[in-house]
Structures are given as C-alpha cells and as structure tokens.
Design a protein around this ligand. Structure first.
Ligand code: ZN
Length: 383
C-alpha cells in the first residue's frame, strides 16, 4: 500500500496544479510521506490560536475532473504542467491525477483527506456552471457527493454544498435553470448559491438575473458571488470598447443595487474583490464599502492570500486589519479556494492564521473568521 501511496503522490507532484482552482501552481514537490490513503476520523488534526483550539470551516472547495473543465481551464492546466510533454501524454495524466485530487473522496490527496489534514471540521463544496472557463460541475454531482455515505466525520455530515445554475441562454432557459436550482436547494445539506459572473461574463447589474435572488430569498439561502477579476480572463484580453461591459461582471459597485434591493438575502463577496492577475483592478476598497454599509454584505477571503499571490502576507494583513478597525470581523468568512496542489488547503489556512496573529486578532475574532461567521450565516452546526 505504501508503494501505491508514493506513486500517487509522485503523479500529483508531476501534475502540479491541474486542480480546478489553479490559482497557485505548485512550486515544489510535496513531502510524499504525508499522503496516507485515508485520513480516519480518529486521526487528530488540530489548529491552535493563542494556545486555544480553533474550529475550522473552509467554505470554498471545488470538486471536479479534468474532463469537466471548460476550454480555457483545460488550456490553463496544460500550460502550468511542469513537464513539457505532448498533449497525448499530458491529458491522460491530468485525467488520472484529477480523479484523485478533485474527487471529494479521492484516496491520498482527495478533497476530504486534504481538508481533514487542514484540521477543518466541515467544508463546503461548490457546484459550478462556467462552461468557457472552469467548466461545469453540476448540481446533480454535488448532491451525489453530499449523499455519499462517506460524507461523514464523527457521525455527522462533513461536506455541505453551494448549488449553482446555468445562466447561458437565460432568455429561453431561465425557467429550467431556476427549477434545477430550487431542486438542489431543497437538499438539507445545500446551504447557499454560488455564482461566478466574472467567469460567465454576466453583468451584476442586469435585473433580468435578479430572479436568482428571488429564489435565494424564498429558500432563505445566502448568495456567494465571485467578485473581482477571473484568473482565466485577463481584463487586458478585452478590447477597449468592451471594458465597460466587462467591469459590470466583476466590479462589486455594480452589485450594490441587488444588495440594496434584497436586504433579506445575504451576499458573500468572494475573494474580497481580489485583482487575480495583478492588472491594477483591485476592488477591495469597493467590497469593504459594501460590507460596511449593508448589513447583508459579507466578505470571503479565499485565494488572495496565497503564497504566490501575496508572498509576504501584506495583502491578507491589510484586509484583516481593515476589517478589525472597521468593526466588521463578524462579516469576514474563511475559505481556501482549494483543493489546489496537495498540501495547499492546509497551508492557506496556516497563512491566514499567521496573518491574524500579525494584526492582533483575539481568539474570539479568529474563531469568527475561521468558522463562526460561516456557521452562523450558512446555519451549519458545529460537529
Ligand atoms: Zn473558487
């Protein structure tokens, strides 16, 4: 069994970041000795803050597979593959590796194993409908993961989910899309809605999509929006005359009307409006403006603080200290945007905890960010 473990880990090391969330391509091979086949319930993984044990809930994990990626996603993961091989070899390898890595129950480096190693007591899996970029991870597959008998930790559910919906051909397929969404929201472990308008090039301010918020209101579920640019769609790739339109798909300023119009719907502003490609389009200021002004606007802090994106932790420090001084720590929600490369789910969590220490969070504040706020708004009980 040890040999299998080692070969899977080597495979993963080769593949670098074929994960759906390849924001952080692997810089070095992981320590192979850490990848046992299964992390068991009684295996102890803990996180401490100022000497006290922290409850961790990671609200942002992407299941999937190489074949479910959209064309831009496939191109991206082939590009970051660290070894120059012909596609005929690369693609089968990516298929094989993703079947471990992006599978919630994959052996060795599957999502649940990685989350448990990160000491997370619960995690939230995302459905995704972004056909051009990260591809489609349908609600049906999400429900399958949630209903799987392996979805347990200490006899309680481990994974919860955010359902999503297709906004393609909205004018003709809206009714079917909304019906599919409602069906998913009826599942007891589906706790919210995930939208990725920067990926689907859907304007935040077009009221024809506000029906989604009507459903959120009816089912009393928060809406998570990807806010800020997409790592797979650089703003610089668009023509000058398309810029105004593109801004409406990622700039949170254009979400304000929806947030105002639906005070009963909680809006989680993903990635804190991060400038994913370092192009000078950071929207962190705008995200804070909304979270400070509206009771129903929250900020999620995945991806922006990764080793590659924020090597000194300055960006994460600035976001967390700003939240503390603005008195909105109760609106900051932890997520990793994992699984990323093996070990990244844990290392991202460690980076966020280190940042909280640098900016003098109390234990109570750290606990709100790492789990308490998410448990509260998504109504997920502590295991
Ligand atoms: Zn993500």
């Amino acid at each position: 069994m040890k040999r299998i473990a080692a070969s899977a880990a080597v495979a993963v090391a080769l593949m670098a970041s074929s994960d759906i969330n390849a924001h952080t391509p692997m810089d070095e091979a992981p320590d192979l000795s850490q990848f046992t086949k299964w992390v068991t319930d009684n295996e102890h993984h803990e996180s401490f803050y100022l000497g006290q044990e922290l409850d961790i809930l990671d609200m942002h994990l992407h299941p999937g597979s190489y074949d479910k990626l959209g064309p831009k996603g496939k191109e991206f993961v082939k590009c970051v593959f660290p070894i120059d091989l012909p596609d005929a070899i690369k693609i089968p390898l990516l298929r094989l590796f993703s079947s471990f890595q992006l599978n919630p129950y994959g052996a060795f480096i599957g999502i649940k194993n990685e989350c448990r190693r990160a000491a997370a007591n619960n995690c939230i899996l995302f459905a995704t409908y972004a056909p051009e970029t990260w591809g489609i991870e349908p609600n049906e597959d999400l429900l399958g993961y949630l209903d799987d008998q392996r979805n347990s930790f200490e006899d309680k559910p481990y994974f919860y989910g955010l359902a999503s919906l297709s906004v393609e051909n909205w004018d003709t397929e809206k009714a079917a899309s909304l019906e599919n969404l409602k069906n998913a929201l009826s599942h007891p472990y589906v706790v919210g809605i995930k939208l990725a308008f920067a990926h689907t090039l859907t304007p935040f301010d077009d009221p024809k999509y506000f029906d989604v918020y009507e459903v959120a209101k009816e089912y009393d579920k928060p809406v998570y929006h990807h806010v800020g640019t997409s790592p797979l769609r650089k703003v610089s790739e668009f023509d000058e005359d398309e810029l105004d339109f593109v801004m409406r798909t990622f700039d949170p300023v254009y979400l304000e009307n929806a947030i105002k119009q639906y005070p009963d719907v909680k809006f989680v502003l993903g990635h804190a409006g991060n400038d994913a490609n370092h192009e000078g389009y950071t929207k962190i200021e705008e995200v804070f403006h909304l979270a400070e002004k509206y009771d129903n606007a929250y900020i999620e802090i995945s991806a922006l603080g990764s080793q590659r994106h924020d090597p000194n932790g300055e960006l994460m420090d600035s976001v967390l200290s700003r939240a503390k001084s603005a008195g909105i720590v109760h609106k900051i929600i932890y997520g990793s945007d994992g699984p990323g490369s093996p070990g990244n789910t844990k290392s991202y969590k460690d980076l966020v905890i280190e940042s909280m220490q640098r900016v003098d969070y109390t234990f109570e504040e750290a606990q709100l960010v790492m789990a308490g706020n998410a448990r509260d708004i998504f109504k997920i009980p502590r295991n």
